[in-house]
Design a protein around this ligand. Structure first.
Ligand code: A3P
Length: 316
């Protein structure tokens, strides 16, 4: 990290390190790959986040505390939402966190930056399980795995890609969807990520996992928040749960986050409020054509044929 405290020095990048994916319309995205993860070249050159190629190893070696909680989710599955709820539960407060959740996203920082955070620490990450600290199992940290139906994830990720220009993708929805289906997008593909998590959970490691669904949290926030509280073993009652649900409703959480900015580097501020776009189940119907939906279903059926996960694509 540089003197400014927020710019990271990337490892050496040669042309051979750069993977380029081009969509059917000729729009190209450029990544540096590390063990199946795609990190945007621009973000690396900017020093916006640490280089995955060296930082993942540091993260795997990070010392954990027994009270640490990890919120794990594929991007755009409701990470900000569940992080704020979890934070309120473990801290016993309905005050919003002043800092953005990006300040405790594991892969956006060097592990040593978290040393001074008082316990209990609530991290969040989009990394696959194999890239997370080995110490999680030893310390028996709690892990919350959030899932969301992948059609809404694809739409939300496309809008994220448009809103945050560090990804440098200029293509439209039609072409982005092809990248999503071929799993050549930022981080890694949804199918690959989800199948890997399913295998990890099925393997029954000595870790407490709670799997949550975005759609369940939308349908019955009180029950789902109480479920998280029980899982964490924190004290709560119905009044506290109702107050958290109100504070973390889409509208209120968006308003609370609009004033938050996260500095990814000295050159780049992101408006955290943009992460709160629409907050609906089934918005994909406003984006997918019938044939896109059929194509998605075919890929889904094929790639997820051995999966036991079930998703809710619509609440009506
Ligand atoms: P949309 O783009 O579909 O609106 P993440 O936090 O993992 O980046 O996920 C972002 C998605 O979660 C966005 O989806 C965002 O609007 C939605 N979201 C955030 N807070 C929410 C809330 N309180 N209720 C419902 N959806 C929420």
């Amino acid at each position: 990290m540089s003197e400014s405290g927020n710019v990271y020095q990337a490892d050496e990048i040669t042309d051979d390190d750069v993977t380029r994916f081009t969509d059917d319309a000729g729009n190209t995205v450029e990544y540096v790959e590390y063990d199946g993860l795609h990190q945007p070249l621009y973000e690396l050159k900017l020093g916006a986040v640490p280089d995955f190629r060296s930082n993942i190893k540091r993260i795997q070696g990070m010392a954990c505390r027994e009270s640490d909680v990890f919120i794990c989710a594929y991007p755009k599955s409701g990470t900000h939402w569940v992080w704020e709820i979890t934070r309120m539960l473990v801290k016993g407060t309905t005050e919003y966190e002043k800092e953005s959740k990006e300040t405790v996203t594991n892969e956006f920082h060097l592990p040593k930056e978290f040393d001074t955070i008082p316990s209990p620490r609530v991290f969040n990450t989009h990394l696959p399980f194999r890239h997370l600290p080995k110490d999680i199992a030893r310390r028996k940290c709690k892990m919350i795995f959030i899932q969301r139906n992948p059609k809404d994830v694809a739409v939300s990720f496309f809008n994220h890609t448009k809103n945050f220009d560090y990804l440098f993708y200029n293509g439209d929805w039609e072409h982005y969807l092809k990248l999503f289906l071929s799993e050549t997008i930022f981080y890694q593909g949804w199918f690959q990520y989800t199948k890997e998590w399913e295998a990890v959970i099925a393997d029954n490691p000595p870790i407490d996992f709670l799997t949550l669904y975005y759609e369940d949290l939308t349908k019955d926030p009180l029950a789902e928040i109480a479920k998280i509280g029980t899982f964490l073993g924190v004290p709560f009652d119905n009044t506290f749960v109702a107050a958290i649900a109100e504070k973390c409703s889409f509208k209120n959480l968006k308003t609370a986050n609009v004033s938050k900015e996260y500095s990814f580097s000295s050159n780049q501020q992101i408006d955290v409020g943009l992460m709160f776009r629409k907050g609906k189940v089934g918005d994909w119907k406003n984006w997918f054509t019938v044939s896109q939906s059929e194509e998605f279903d075919n890929v889904y059926r094929n790639k997820m044929k051995d999966s036991n996960f079930q998703y809710t694509f619509s609440l009506v």
